[in-house]
Design a protein around this ligand. Structure first.
Ligand code: PGA
Length: 244
């Protein structure tokens, strides 16, 4: 049921200027052509419209966050329908940096997921335990609460990103990722039955060109979410071509 694997680049609060963002985007757009993966770049909000004006056949845009509200007096926020209007196709929800620094709860994540699906923007819901956590308990709670009352899961992506692996160079092994992906799929099957097969489960956390292939071969994943590596065009392009 899952057609294509996906590679998502999360630029976080980088690069420092629009000029650099355009250069980075252009390099990735050219190099990632015919990679065999669906390629998604999530730049900071402020670069979205400039980058949208540079369509690439195999490349689409995602946002790094979204408001749970649909419109009105919510200073500083961006709605899912505004993203949709700009041509944005994906949105990261519940990234651990947002959960951590902005104190985002699973209830808020659930409301953002509903808001995104309503506006036809595909949510990439990030889950993951930190060091010392009870992994099964954390993932079960994040999935159960984050996906409450979601009826159509065909456009939902789950990104397994253990907090301890993000930006640390200490990646989760492909074997451990595979067993965790199985666990996630088991929980999703309990929640959604056969429809759970429509949900792509991807991995993120210190992925680079040396370990990417291991995840694709042995990690049981439907794609990868890259932070640091997405800011280095050669690295990102190399990884994208591992999907062939
Ligand atoms: P990293 O970040 O690849 O730099 O570890 C991943 C992420 O934050 O999504």
């Amino acid at each position: 049921m899952i057609t294509k694997k996906i590679i998502i680049g999360n630029w976080k609060m980088n690069p420092a200027s629009q000029k650099e963002a355009v250069e980075l985007f252009d390099a990735i757009k050219t190099g990632a052509q015919n990679s065999g993966a669906e390629v998604v770049i999530c730049p900071p909000y402020i670069y979205l419209s400039e980058l949208k004006a540079k369509p690439g056949a195999d490349l689409c845009l995602g946002a790094q966050n979204v408001s749970l509200e649909s419109k009105g007096a919510f200073t500083g926020q961006i709605s899912a329908s505004q993203l949709k209007d700009l041509g944005v196709e994906y949105v990261l929800i519940g990234h651990s940096e947002v959960r951590n620094y902005l104190r985002e709860t699973d209830e808020v994540i659930n409301r953002k997921t509903h808001a995104s699906l309503k506006a036809d923007v595909k949510p990439v819901i990030c889950i993951g335990e930190d060091e010392g956590d009870d992994k099964i308990a954390v993932l079960t709670k994040q999935l159960m609460e984050g996906l409450i009352d979601i009826l159509d899961v065909s456009n939902v992506i789950i990104a397994y990103e253990p907090v301890w692996a993000i930006g640390t160079g200490n990646n989760c092994t492909a074997e451990e990722t595979q067993s965790t992906v199985l666990l996630i799929k088991k929980i999703l099957t309990k929640m959604f039955g056969e429809n759970a097969k429509q949900i792509r489960v991807i991995y993120g956390g210190s992925v680079n060109s040396s370990n990417a292939q291991d995840y694709l071969k042995n990690g049981g994943v439907d794609g990868l979410l890259l932070g640091g590596a997405s800011l280095k065009p050669e690295e990102f392009i190399k990884i994208a071509h591992e999907f062939k």
